[in-house]
Design a protein. Sequence first.
Length: 94
Amino acid sequence: MLLRHNLSPKSDSRAVFGQPYFFFMSTIMSVIVIGATSGIGCAVVERLAGEGIRVGIAGRREGRLIELQQRFGRELVSYRVMDVTQPSAVGALD
């Protein structure tokens, strides 16, 4: 998992899909999640924004991106509609 880390005994250890993972919430400033409109991407956004971490989200379905932003607020979630299968779209994340 992206946020896996195991160097500190003070970490928040939980299980995801039967595997341990460790969050260092105090060190994470912001995250970009691509494919945020469904599945694992959406679950990651919900978890991180729910913990108060700023999340930039990208996906093809604008309506779903707007729903996520409205649910967690503009201060935590910003979005960009894009299809990352198009090479020109990836550069727009800069």
